[in-house]
Structure formats: structure tokens, C-alpha cells
Design a protein around this ligand. Structure first.
Ligand code: PRP
Length: 205
């Protein structure tokens, strides 16, 4: 039995459809209910629906064998897992953005609002730039508008949210897309099964 963590929501639906195409079918997954665990003995698979930002933890701790997670969230989690495959969708980038007229004062620490404190700290440390992180959980774009921060480090997909709030991208921090990850022990114990899934996915993609 292969245990798979899927991110709850649109990305998860897309990933399930992909897995169904490589024969990990579980018809229950398409039902409209509030269940979080779905099993198909015939397909030898058990799916768990997990909050996207928790997928890497479930995989790292071995609660599931494999999972799908955005590279942005994976980097932020700093989870010790194997990254097996870039699924090529869910593309976006983590970027530094701010008000169009923002002028940086390099003599002061930069005030950065973000949901991604680890990635943000690593990025600015690599530039030896001192920052003060303001950790937020959503609507990050509000921070520079209200003067809570100088800039934000956040996900940019279409760019609409920035545009509609009078903000613009200054720098790209990381590119992201959906990644297939595996627990390190599971990868040893279920190597054949996991590698077969990876090669079928590669073929399909
Ligand atoms: C994400 C992100 C941006 C937006 C970017 O927010 O934090 O706000 O999507 O997408 P765009 O470039 O296509 O406009 P999300 O919808 O996850 O909500 P949040 O504000 O709760 O983070």
C-alpha cells in the first residue's frame, strides 16, 4: 500500500487526476464529502488530504510515503525529504515586491513582511542585508500599503494581486512549481513501487 499526501484544494484535485492516469485510481476521491483519508485496496493506494503547508512534514516524519507540494512551501519547511520529480504545474515565483515609489535606505534594516520567514532570511543573508521580518499569514500585500513593512516576499502567479494593489516586483527570490517528494526510509523500503510511479509520471508528463 502506497500512502500519498495530496494538498487539499485545486492543486490536490489536479494531482489526483494525474495519479489516476497512472492507475492509482480511488473513485471515492471524486465524491463530494469531508473525508480526509481515501483508500483503494484494488489500486494499492491510500490518499490523505493535507493542508498544503503541512505536506512536507507528513512526508518527512513518515506518516505518508510520498506527497506533492509546491517548491515554495517545501523550501520554507526545510524538510529532510527526497525531491523526486518536478510536475511542471502550479508554477509561480517567490518575489520581493513593494510600492512602486519605494526607495530603499540601505543604512536601515529592511522591513520585510512574509509568510516565508526561512526563505526570506536565507535570501537576504546571502546578500548580507540586515532585515526585520514581519511574519504574516495572508493578505501580505496590505503590509507595504499600510506602512507595516517596506517590502514583501510573497508568491506571484499572474501578478494581478500586486497590480490591483499598486505594487510591483523588485526581485525574484525563487521559482516554484509542484514537486513529488518522498520520505527517505519509504524510498528505500518501497523503492520499486515509488520508482515505477515516478517513471510512469515522467512518461505521462
Ligand atoms: C497568493 C499570494 C498572492 C496571490 C498571488 O495569495 O499570497 O496574494 O496569491 O497570485 P496572483 O499573482 O495570481 O495575483 P492567496 O490567494 O493564497 O491568499 P493569501 O492572501 O491568504 O496568501
Amino acid at each position: 500500500m502506497l500512502n500519498i499526501a495530496l494538498p487539499k484544494g485545486r492543486l490536490g484535485d489536479k494531482v489526483y487526476k494525474l495519479f489516476a492516469q497512472i492507475n492509482y485510481v480511488c473513485p471515492e476521491m471524486l465524491e463530494d464529502n469531508r473525508k480526509l483519508v481515501f483508500e483503494s485496496k484494488e489500486s494499492g493506494v491510500r490518499y490523505m488530504l493535507v493542508k498544503p503547508s503541512d505536506v512536507a512534514i507528513y512526508v518527512e516524519k513518515g506518516a505518508v510515503d510520498i506527497g506533492v507540494v509546491g517548491r515554495d512551501v517545501l523550501l520554507e519547511s526545510e524538510a529532510d525529504v527526497y525531491e523526486l520529480l518536478d510536475l511542471g504545474f502550479g508554477k509561480c515565483r517567490l518575489a520581493v515586491a513593494g510600492k512602486k515609489d519605494f526607495v530603499e535606505d540601505k543604512s536601515l534594516p529592511l522591513r520585510v513582511a512574509t509568510k516565508y520567514p526561512n526563505v526570506t532570511q536565507a535570501y537576504y543573508s546571502s546578500q548580507s542585508r540586515q532585515i526585520d521580518i514581519i511574519k504574516l499569514n495572508g493578505s501580505i500585500e496590505l503590509a507595504p500599503i499600510l506602512g507595516l513593512s517596506d517590502v514583501i516576499v510573497d508568491i506571484v502567479e499572474t501578478g494581478t494581486t500586486l497590480k490591483e494593489n499598486g505594487l510591483e516586483v523588485f526581485e525574484t527570490v525563487e521559482e516554484s512549481s509542484a514537486r513529488l517528494i518522498a520520505n527517505k526510509s519509504s524510498y528505500q523500503f518501497k523503492k520499486e513501487e515509488i520508482e515505477l510511479a515516478v517513471s510512469k509520471l515522467k512518461e505521462l508528463l
